[in-house]
Design a protein around this ligand. Structure first.
Ligand SMILES: [Zn+2]
Length: 301
């Protein structure tokens, strides 16, 4: 009989356990990782067919295809990051349905043969998070903010919902703020090969001066965050939430918005992004599900 694998939370005290060896702080040459967003299991029922009894078979199939694509890759990607909205049902609105979605998605994610980095989205803690919804996210998927080194690159994961609406979680929001400042100090002092941020909500979609809308961040907050990250030396921010590919630049910081593994809201196809980490830059390409390369070539140095 096949032994059933259990999903395990892989963060502890703001650390990512699968990549916690001190050797990870050293650059040993190019590598690649994968970035996905919005598996959002249950979104078709909620937003497309608008029938709560519809189920989420299709989203699970998409997630399965992603896992299959990833497990077929040589060499191995160092990790997969899913930039939020893992599930659709909000913990404060439909906790029972969320439990079922969680069980089904985890059955797929345990098949991944590489480390998984989970990022928290608005659907994962509710639009207005509370200490209870944050605690349940942490129990389900791990810390909502943490950092790790991988091959000489410093990665910072944040929970962008504290910026969207931190009114019911002021303490947590300021705790994250303080912690983020400490991580940026690490970037300034230890000077990693690259410093990269993962979050759910895009700081902007295509230009730092665009108007505020549903999918980006409020302008004052946006400019404060951009200069805070950029001044410290962060050069890449990867996001989701938009269900379309987008992105742009603020000074020498590149912001990358990746479409969904799940439901599309634009003309992209369900997929994920392959990110090559080279000595001088990160190169990234979005691939539709089933179309990612099985052999990934990297330069020697
Ligand atoms: Zn979202």
């Amino acid at each position: 009989m096949e032994e059933e694998k259990q999903f395990v939370v892989t963060t502890k005290n703001q650390r990512f356990l699968p990549l916690s060896r001190p050797q990870e702080e050293e650059w040993t040459g190019p590598f690649f990782f994968l970035q996905a967003a919005d598996t959002q299991v249950g979104m078709i029922a909620n937003y497309v067919v608008k029938r709560r009894d519809y189920g989420w078979e299709q989203e699970i199939k998409w997630a399965e295809q992603m896992v299959q694509d990833i497990n077929a890759m040589t060499p191995r990607p160092r990790f997969l990051v899913i930039c939020g909205d893992l599930l659709d049902a909000m913990p404060d609105v439909e906790p029972a349905m969320r439990k079922d979605q969680e069980r089904d998605l985890k059955q797929v994610l345990v098949k991944l043969e590489i480390p998984l980095v989970c990022v928290c989205g608005n659907h994962d803690v509710g639009n207005s998070p509370t200490p209870t919804t944050v605690a349940s996210y942490r129990a389900e998927f791990g810390d909502d903010w943490f950092s790790f080194w991988c091959g000489g690159v410093f990665f910072i994961v944040v929970n962008s919902q504290y910026w969207e609406d931190g009114s019911k979680v002021e303490e947590l929001a300021s705790e994250q703020e303080k912690w983020l400042e400490e991580q940026l100090k690490v970037v300034r002092e230890r000077k990693p090969k690259h410093a990269v941020v993962f979050q759910h909500i895009p700081i902007f979609l295509s230009s730092p001066d665009e108007e505020k809308e549903y999918f980006n961040m409020e302008i004052g907050l946006r400019m404060r965050l951009l200069s805070q990250l950029c001044d410290a030396g962060v050069r890449y921010v990867f996001c989701g939430h938009y269900h379309r590919n987008a992105g742009g630049r603020y000074k020498d910081l590149e912001l990358v918005v990746t479409s969904a593994v799940g439901v599309q809201l634009g003309s992209d196809t369900n997929g994920f992004r392959l990110v090559k980490v080279l000595a001088d830059q990160l190169q990234h390409t979005y691939y539709p599900l089933g179309a990612a390369p099985t052999h990934v070539s990297l330069p020697e140095t």
